[in-house]
Write a protein that binds this ligand. Structure first.
Ligand code: FAD
Ligand code: SF4
Length: 478
């Protein structure tokens, strides 16, 4: 490649003790590079050794051409770097902000593996694309030809929107239906504003609309329009509805007022960040201000809840998790951030019941220990008898994960095949379901996952749908 810059190999900060990036990323590291300039981005990008392996690219679900766009950034060729990031990723600035890079690209950077601290790939990706927006390099889609075929997409989350983008670029007439009043799926109403600013999501949605993607909001498929009707309206249909059934707690008192679901709590908070009037927030039910808050769960959703509660002005925030710190599913970076902000973690604890009758007053907490590993190799939590105690609480948030809704039943379409977990059965490359011309992608196909995987699925599904539509057209023309 021409114009290769001189590659520099520097550790993150010369006066900082050498630590693995996993240690640095949660604290100092994020702060050092939180605000990038051309120079800082180039310095980070220049730390890439161009190892030629490249593990980072292999561990990015989109197989982004990371080494090449780092090289371009290092030599100040930001516009080319932007074109390269955009070629494989529909929303690079969003992934740059919210991908768990420590488990994906950055965790597999050879510089990280050698103990020198990863190249901050996500932050550079964010910087490149934020700069592209600022400079006006990002333009609405203008298909070279318009095609007559139409596709209906159910769900305006990252999966559905990534597919919409690809299909529209090919000139397909695309309509996306969503039951919410805003598009974006969990990028809009799940992930908190302090991790992903809502303007960043909204400007992408406006761009898609300017490029001719028709987005129909407040339209719940199954209620406002039937699935059969959508199939008759469109030449192909993509199901990208995500997973929204909250896993629940069965314990005495669990129906008390003041025990709420994480998705309701986070949706209300995100709506407030748009400046909306939200009755359940405004009347205090979904507002942590001035309350003793307990969050139950140890995943990333639980971390989003505890950190949101802190920002809303809770008097105390505690997180109960039945395993220990090392065995929690949430990211260690998020735990560290939460602890720095004042969240207290009660490891190896689980709710046994709730006190207060109709209105929550406290959580009866039982202590746990880790027993023998189960079939998956994970140690099973066991109850320690006689060590229960009551933790006072005014608001309890249940963050125990999500399962798919039963779509065949809800939509009255038993022919849609689902797995034992109720995710839609579809081919993992073509995303074809059991119904002809119907495809599925994102969380509703793979189970609760990540934005970057939903983007990959949506792009793959779009590719398969284009082939299907072209084949159908060729047959019709015979
Ligand atoms: C609190 C929280 C925090 C998260 N944080 C991160 C993170 O930091 N990083 C990360 O990578 N991932 C994160 N995730 C996971 C990530 O958000 C999801 O994996 C991703 O959004 C899935 O995309 P999707 O398009 O499949 O579904 P979704 O984003 O869920 O979008 C589905 C859309 O379908 C719509 N819909 C559903 N049913 C219907 C219907 N019947 N009719 C019409 N519309 C319908 C919904 O309203 C929604 O807009 C988080 C998830 C949660 C819950
Ligand atoms: S999309 Fe995610 S995993 Fe891939 S390079 Fe960007 S931040 Fe890393």
């Amino acid at each position: 490649m021409a114009d290769q810059p001189m590659l520099k190999f520097v550790t993150v900060e010369r006066d900082m003790p050498r630590k693995r990036a996993a240690d640095l990323r949660g604290g100092d590291f994020g702060e050092i590079y939180s605000e990038y300039s051309d120079q800082k981005a180039a310095e980070q990008a220049g730390r890439c050794s161009q190892c030629g392996v490249p593990y980072c690219q292999n561990h990015c679900p989109l197989h982004n051409n990371i080494p090449d766009w780092l090289l371009m950034t290092a030599s100040g060729r930001l516009r080319e770097a932007h074109e390269l990031t955009q070629a494989t990723n529909t929303f690079p600035e969003i992934c740059g902000r919210i991908c768990p890079q420590d488990r994906l690209c950055e965790g597999n950077c050879v510089i990280e593996l050698a103990g020198h601290g990863t190249v901050t790939i996500g932050s550079v990706e964010k910087y490149i694309t934020d700069t592209a927006w600022e400079k006006g390099w990002i333009k609405p889609i203008k298909p070279a030809v318009e095609r007559s075929e139409s596709v209906g997409i159910i769900g305006a989350g990252p999966g559905g929107l990534a597919a919409a983008d690809m299909l529209r670029r090919a000139g397909i007439q695309v309509t996306v239906y969503d039951r919410h009043d805003r598009a974006g799926g969990l990028m809009t109403y799940g992930i908190p504003n302090f991790k992903l600013e809502k303007e960043v999501v909204m400007r992408r949605i406006k761009l898609l609309e300017k490029g001719g993607v028709n987005i129909v909001l407040n339209c719940a498929v199954g209620d406002d329009v039937s699935f059969a009707e959508l199939r008759s309206r469109h030449d192909a249909v993509l199901i990208a509805t995500g997973v929204y059934k909250s896993n629940d707690i069965k314990a005495p008192g669990s129906g008390a007022h003041g025990i709420v679901r994480a998705i309701d709590y986070l949706t209300a908070s995100n709506k407030k960040s748009f400046g909306d009037a939200v009755e359940e927030f405004d009347n205090g039910n979904l507002n942590a201000s001035g309350k003793r808050v307990i969050v139950i769960g140890g995943g990333d959703t639980a971390m989003d809840c505890v950190r949101t509660a802190i920002r809303q002005g809770a008097t105390s925030v505690k997180c109960l998790y039945r395993r220990d710190r090392a065995n929690m599913p949430g990211s260690q970076r998020e735990v560290r951030n939460a602890e720095e902000e004042g969240v207290v973690f009660a490891w190896l604890t689980a709710p046994k019941g709730f006190t207060g009758g109709d209105k929550i007053k406290g959580v009866m907490v039982q202590k746990m220990r880790l027993g023998a590993p189960d079939a998956s190799g994970r140690q099973t939590p066991e109850i320690i008898a006689g060590e229960d105690y009551v933790e006072p609480a005014d608001l309890v948030i249940k963050a125990l994960g999500f399962s798919p809704e039963d779509l065949p039943e809800l939509w009255g379409v038993p022919e849609i095949e689902v797995t034992d977990w109720k995710t839609i059965k579809a081919n993992f490359q073509s995303h074809e379901t059991s119904l002809e011309g119907v495809y599925a992608c994102g969380d509703i196909q793979r189970g609760a996952s990540l934005v970057v995987w939903a983007i990959r699925d949506g792009r793959e599904a779009a590719q398969a749908m284009l082939t299907y539509l072209s084949d159908a057209k060729a047959v019709a023309a015979e």
